[in-house]
Design a protein around this ligand. Structure first.
Ligand code: NAP
Length: 288
């Protein structure tokens, strides 16, 4: 069997086209959706992510501001800027690019963002709302994965779902969303015993590990839906420098029923759902 490929790039484009009319309708009411992205330091990967987020906004007619600080900035200056953005009517979403330099208290920074502008969904209030099954903002990467399930006709209720990874950004919110959708969920981590024993039971397998080609074909149940969240840059071999997921795509494609590629899978969906969250924030403010 060769798996059907879930094309995140095409789905992201389709969704973004659909966002334009919502942005126009909001702009006509004087509520053009606005996203502020704060970057501390000059990490090249973070710079690319931030640029893509800002350009993604501009491409569909949204307002976006990029605020960049030197890596050595006093955290109080960033907190003061967040307070100003919280009060700025042109801004509906605020995002602080993670990770922050070591002298920052990440939790303090995330807590400083007004919960109704926390479009990343990392504020404790929004994490709690998600855990209660009544989310205000769903973290963008797992939100994108849920859209992929929806658009691919994957019914989650009653399915065995296994998530590899328990980070606050991907693994945990992914598990909560799968629980809320009625799946039976197992969350694995680096201490899990007999990982393959778990993954081989999975009708739905989500890999968010950060290790290239970590999931091999013998870890996948025939016909499973395999979602590859990982973004790794290959260090050696003929493909050195290329992006690669956490799943051995070529091998797993022969076993899975549906599978996401890297690049062109979950990655494009993440920024798309950030735009969705910012539009939703503006619609809420406009009473739509
Ligand atoms: P993370 O915070 O480093 O978490 C990785 C998780 O994998 C941890 O929970 C870790 O377990 C677990 N793990 C590591 N080795 C393992 C093993 N041998 N067996 C089982 N579990 C293992 O990473 P993250 O932020 O969740 O990101 C994961 C990957 O997704 C990265 O490649 C990242 O670049 C990518 N990502 C992609 C997007 C996107 O838009 N596509 C967005 C965010 C992240 P412990 O908790 O026990 O250490």
């Amino acid at each position: 069997m060769t798996a059907r490929i879930i094309d995140g790039k095409a789905l992201a484009e389709e969704l973004r086209q659909g966002f334009k009319a919502r942005v126009e309708a909001l702009a006509a009411r004087g509520q053009k959706p606005g996203l502020a992205v704060i970057l501390v330091g000059a990490d090249p990967a973070s710079q690319v992510y931030v640029r893509n987020k800002v350009n993604g906004c501009l491409a569909i007619g949204m307002h976006s501001e990029q605020i960049v600080y030197d890596a050595a900035v006093d955290p109080q200056i960033v907190l003061a800027r967040i307070a100003a953005l919280n009060a700025d009517p042109a801004i509906h979403g605020i995002l602080v690019q993670l990770p922050l330099p070591g002298h920052f208290d990440e939790g303090q920074v995330l807590a400083a963002i007004a919960a109704e502008k926390d479009v990343d969904g990392f504020h404790a209030e929004n994490v709690g709302a998600l855990a209660q099954g009544n989310p205000r903002f769903i973290p963008c990467t797992p939100y994108g994965v849920m859209k992929m399930f929806e658009k691919s006709g994957v019914d989650l209720a009653g399915k065995e779902a296994v998530v590899i990874g328990r980070s606050n950004i991907v693994g945990k919110p992914m598990a909560l969303l799968l629980i809320n959708a009625g799946a039976t969920v197992t969350v694995c981590n680096s201490r899990t015993r007999d990982l393959a024993g778990h993954t081989r039971r999975a009708d739905i397998l989500v890999a968010a590990v950060g290790k290239a080609k970590f999931v091999s074909a013998d870890m996948v149940k025939p016909g499973a839906v395999v979602i590859d969240v990982g973004i790794n840059r290959l260090q050696d071999g003929p493909d050195a420098g290329k992006l690669c997921g956490d799943v051995d795509f070529a091998a797993c494609q022969e076993v899975a029923g549906q599978i996401t590629p890297v690049p062109g899978g979950v990655g494009p969906m993440t920024i798309t759902m950030l735009l969705a969250n910012t539009i939703e924030a503006a619609e809420r403010k406009a009473g739509i």
